[in-house]
Design a protein around this ligand. Structure first.
Ligand SMILES: [Zn+2]
Length: 327
C-alpha cells in the first residue's frame, strides 16, 4: 500500500459513473470495454478498438452510451449510427461523418470536429463545449423535430440584432460565413432560390468582414466595390443604380471642367446637355453635335465612361441571369 493515497475506482462525469483506468495512478475513465483509458491502450489494443468499432457501425450494432473518451478516430464513418448519450469528449473526430446519426445528448467536450459532417444529425441536447468546429457541416437546419428538418426559408431569420426571430450570430464572421454557406447549400437543395440568394449574399458579407479583420484591405475594397455595383451578383437593381450614379458623376465632371462643347457653338452647354451627353456616352452612342474637347483629359473621361457602360451592361445581364435563371 503506497502512502495511503487510495485511487478511486470510479469517476463521475456528467451524471455518469465511469470506471477508472487500471494503469498506475491514472485517474482517467476507461474507454469502451477496455481496462484502461485511450492513453494507456497499447497500439494493438487501439487497432482492435478501431476494428471492432468499425464492425459495430457496419452491422448497425447498438452504440448507445458508448464511452470513447480521448480516442483518435479521424475519418470514421458514423453515418446513421445510434450514438445517444455517447461520450466523445477529447476525441479527435476530424473529417468524421455523422450524417443522420442520432447524437441526442452526446458529449463532444473539447473534441476536435474539424471538417466533420453532421448533416441532418439529431443534435437535441448535444454538448459541444470547447470543441473545435471549424469547417463542420451542421448549421441550424440540422436541429430537427424527430428526423424531419424544420421547413426554413430566409424569412425564418431576422436581421442580426433582431431578437425575436432566430438569427445567425454574426459576432464571429468566420463562423457565420460557414453557417450561411451551409444554409445556401440547403436552400439550393430545397429549390428555394430566393433564400439561397439571400444566404449567398450574407456569406459574401461575412467574407468581407473577415478580410477587414485580417487587415487585407485591398481585397476588402474590391469586395466592397463588387457589393456596391451588383451585390455580389445577387442584386441586379444595384447595377442599375450604380449606372445612374456613374452617369451623373461624369455629367458633373463634363460640365464643371468644361470638357464638352457644341460643334461651332462654344460655351453653350447646359447641365441638361451634360447629363444627356454622359448618358449617351455610357450607353455607347455617339452624338455628332455634342463632342468632347480634343484634350487628353476629356478623351480619357469619355473613353472610361464608354468602357464603364459596356461593363455595366454585361454585369446587369450576368446578375439578372444568375439571380433569376441560372442555378
Ligand atoms: Zn490511463
Amino acid at each position: 500500500v503506497r502512502s495511503g493515497n487510495i485511487k478511486p475506482e470510479s469517476i463521475r462525469i456528467r451524471d455518469r459513473i465511469l470506471p477508472v483506468c487500471s494503469h498506475g495512478e491514472c485517474g482517467a475513465n476507461r474507454i469502451w470495454d477496455f481496462p484502461t483509458c485511450w492513453e494507456h491502450l497499447t497500439d494493438a489494443e487501439r487497432q482492435n478498438l478501431k476494428e471492432r468499432l468499425a464492425a459495430a457501425l457496419r452491422s448497425g450494432e447498438d452504440l448507445k452510451r458508448i464511452v470513447l473518451t480521448g480516442a483518435d478516430l479521424q475519418h470514421f464513418d458514423f453515418t446513421g449510427a445510434d450514438l445517444r448519450e455517447a461520450f466523445f469528449n477529447g476525441c479527435n473526430l476530424s473529417n468524421c461523418k455523422f450524417v443522420d446519426a442520432d447524437l441526442h445528448r452526446a458529449f463532444f467536450g473539447v473534441a476536435n470536429l474539424t471538417n466533420a459532417d453532421m448533416t441532418r444529425a439529431e443534435l437535441n441536447g448535444t454538448v459541444f463545449t470547447g470543441a473545435k468546429l471549424e469547417g463542420i457541416d451542421l448549421a441550424a437546419l440540422s436541429i430537427s423535430f424527430g428526423r424531419t428538418p424544420i421547413n426554413i426559408t430566409m424569412r425564418s431569420f431576422g436581421d442580426y440584432g433582431f431578437r425575436r426571430r432566430p438569427h445567425i450570430d454574426e459576432s464571429h464572421p468566420y463562423f457565420a460565413e460557414a453557417t450561411y454557406r451551409a444554409l445556401k447549400t440547403h436552400f439550393l437543395k430545397e429549390g428555394d432560390y430566393d433564400s439561397a440568394s439571400w444566404a449567398s449574399y450574407c456569406e459574401r458579407l461575412m467574407q468581407r468582414k473577415v478580410l477587414w479583420q485580417r487587415k487585407n484591405y485591398l481585397k476588402w475594397i474590391t469586395s466592397l466595390l463588387f457589393s456596391a455595383v451588383c451585390g455580389y451578383g445577387e442584386k441586379p437593381k444595384r447595377v442599375f443604380f450604380a449606372s445612374l450614379a456613374v452617369v451623373f458623376l461624369y455629367a458633373i465632371f463634363y460640365k464643371a471642367f468644361h470638357l464638352i462643347t457644341y460643334v461651332g457653338k462654344p460655351d453653350t452647354v447646359t447641365w441638361v446637355d451634360s447629363v444627356y451627353f454622359s448618358a449617351l456616352t455610357f450607353s455607347g452612342m455617339s452624338f455628332s453635335e455634342l463632342v468632347p474637347h480634343a484634350d487628353p483629359f476629356s478623351r480619357l473621361l469619355v473613353t472610361t465612361e464608354s468602357f464603364g457602360g459596356i461593363f455595366a451592361l454585361s454585369l446587369f445581364v450576368f446578375t439578372l441571369t444568375k439571380r433569376y435563371v441560372a442555378r
